[in-house]
Every structure is written in C-alpha cells, then in structure tokens.
Design a protein around this ligand. Structure first.
Ligand SMILES: Nc1nc2c(c(=O)[nH]1)N[C@H]1C(S)=C(S)[C@@H](COP(=O)(O)O)O[C@H]1N2
Ligand SMILES: [Mo]
Length: 326
C-alpha cells in the first residue's frame, strides 16, 4: 500500500504510490527485454513455477475442490490469469512488496484453529478442518478492487459469511465482528517490522457480515487458496477496497464497539472503517476514478460499490453522515 519506506504514513503526498512503482517497473521491463519471452518462459530461475497455484504440501484440503459454482455472481470481464493474481499480492506480514509470494510459503497451515469470542452465546475454538466440514462450500466469481487502483477478477471458493456468523451465535447486543490475522514474527518477517500495529485487524458491521455478498474464502481457481492469497481462511467483501478483505484469519470477535482496523491505525485519513468503493471520492493522494486490470494492461472505469450496489447500497442509506467511501 505504501512501499519503500519504514514509515509509509510519513511519506509526503508526492511519494510514489505502489502503482507508480509497478508501472515504471513494467515499462522498464518492456523496454529492456522482450517481455513475451519472459511470459513464455513461465518460470523464475530457481523458483517454483511462476503463478503457482499448485497445492502447498501442508494443505490437506485439495480434495474439497472444485466446488459447485453459484451462478448468481457473474463478471463483466475475463477471469484474471492466476499467474498474475497469485504473484502480485498484498500480504504485509511477509513484506511490503507485491512479490512476496515466495516468502509467504513460510506460512504454516496446520495446526490452524479459529476462535469465536466476545459477545457470543458460547466462546469456542475450532479446528479449521472441522469448520470447513460444516460450511456450505461454493464457488463465486468476484471482482476485487484494491485501494491502490488495481483490480482483478477471481473464482473464489468458500462459504457465505452468514453461515459463519450463524455458527458463532452472536448475542443480540453484538453490532460488529472483528477479524484478526495470525501473529508469528518468527514465521512472518514483516511482523518483525515493529512500527506496524500487528496483528492485522479488520471489522464489519453484522449487517455487512450477513449480507449475501460477504464471503469467506478457502479456495481460488478450483483449488485451496494459495498461502500468499490468505490461506486457509480469508474474507472477500468485493464492494469494499481490498484492504478490508483480511487474510489468514484466526479469530472472530463479536462486539458492540466499532474496531479500529490495521490501516486505519496507521493512517485514518486515508483508510477508514467503511472503505466502500466509489470512483467519485478520490484517495487523498490519487484518483479512484479508474482501475488497472491485472494481467491486461487495461485501465477501466471504477464503479460505485465496485458494481455491487444492488446487493449493498441499502446497508448505507441511513449512514449519510459517515465517511463511507474512504
Ligand atoms: N492479513 C492481511 N490481509 C490483507 C492484506 C495484508 O497485508 N495482510 N492486504 C490487503 C490488501 S491491501 C489487499 S488489496 C488484499 C489483496 O489480496 P490478494 O493479494 O489476494 O490480491 O488483501 C488484503 N488483506
Ligand atoms: Mo489493497
């Protein structure tokens, strides 16, 4: 999100956005070498296959996929090449660059438990595999719009977040669900960068979390979701900027207090609680009017709620006074 700086939020407004960096790298590549040759080679010398979607050795869930597609969710564009979406990732636990997918292979997938606590009928910690057995797995084609103005379109596998909320049995007084990523600085070198407020935290209102669109991701492209994309359990809330879609979740806490999320702690003026996609509300340092579609070199107009207004606009009709689009 903010790169090449230990203290990104202290950067002047003129600092390069990751997008600038990526675009200039791209043009450098194109100018210096024959880009098609790189694409055709299909691998990085000494590394695993470029765009790896092969299943990690410690992931026992391969047999669960593929799962039936829910045809209700359709795309207005091609599915993004997995070589792009699995190698150009944001996962600050493993570094602040986009190419951390190899570092992310250090993520240890088992044992993995998920805790449900706070305002619930009964606190519980469940094994991820036991949880997966109880959830109705399906595939959905979703668009994803990062606040940095790039986007992708991905077949996620997983289950509606509502099923998870039902499983957790929150009390009637709970208003928010707070999600946390693992914390293990020995495994994830980015977490040794002490100036970040680890662990990564995100939150939704319960109305958002139980909206039909809110989806818990466990797979991608008909296979277990790769480590770098947030295995074994991540969120997908496609009407919001990508930073809301927290990866590698270990806990869900139900509360009546609005949480302050990871990026909001770092820079509240730029990354708020609601973070709904809106092309007409610029980020303080760049426009949100258009987005670069990963893998195509194309710039396309961004849509209000990332095109998902029919599902979610009603959630916000009584919240006009809030900063809904930052
Ligand atoms: N724990 C954690 N979750 C995270 C992030 C992160 O750095 N750490 N980055 C977020 C951002 S900014 C985006 S755009 C998406 C990126 O998901 P992808 O890498 O699968 O495209 O993950 C989000 N979830
Ligand atoms: Mo993002």
């Amino acid at each position: 999100m903010l790169i090449r700086s230990r203290r990104g939020w202290e950067l002047p407004d003129s600092a390069a956005t990751p997008e600038d960096v990526f675009l200039s790298r791209r043009s450098l590549l194109k100018a210096a070498v024959a880009a098609p040759a790189i694409a055709a080679a299909g691998s990085i010398p000494g590394g695993p296959a470029f765009g790896q979607t092969e299943v990690a050795a410690d992931d026992p869930t391969a047999g669960l996929y593929p799962v039936p597609r829910n045809e209700r969710f359709t795309l207005d564009r091609a599915i993004t090449d997995p070589a792009e979406s699995t190698t150009y990732t944001n996962f600050y636990e493993f570094g602040s660059q986009k190419n951390i997918w190899r570092a992310a292979q250090k993520l240890k997938l088992r044992p993995w438990t998920v805790t449900f606590d706070g305002m619930v009928e009964q606190e519980q910690t469940v094994d991820i595999d036991a949880l997966l057995k109880r959830m109705p797995l399906e595939e959905r084609l979703y668009r994803h719009r990062c606040v940095e103005a790039w986007s992708m379109a991905v077949p996620w596998s997983g289950f509606p977040m509502k099923a998870l909320v039902d499983f957790a049995r929150p009390l009637g007084s709970a208003k928010y669900v707070v999600m946390r990523t693992f914390q293990d600085p020995g495994m994830a070198s980015g977490q040794r960068q002490f100036w970040y407020p680890w662990p990564y935290v995100e939150g939704l209102t319960l109305a958002e979390a139980t909206n039909e669109l809110a989806f818990m991701v466990t797979g991608m492209y008909g296979k277990p979701v790769p480590k770098q994309n947030g295995a074994p359990l991540r969120l997908a809330v496609p009407w919001k900027y990508g930073f809301k879609s927290i990866k590698s979740i270990v806990s869900f806490t139900f509360t009546d207090q609005r949480p302050v999320s990871f990026w909001e702690q770092i820079q509240a003026a730029e990354y708020g609680f609601w973070a709904n996609v809106n092309p007409e509300v610029p980020h303080p340092r760049w426009s949100q009017a258009r987005e670069r579609v990963l893998g195509t070199g194309e710039m396309v107009p961004t849509r209000l709620y990332n095109g998902y207004g029919e599902y979610v606009a009603d959630l916000y009709k009584d919240l006009e006074g809030e900063r809904l689009y930052v």
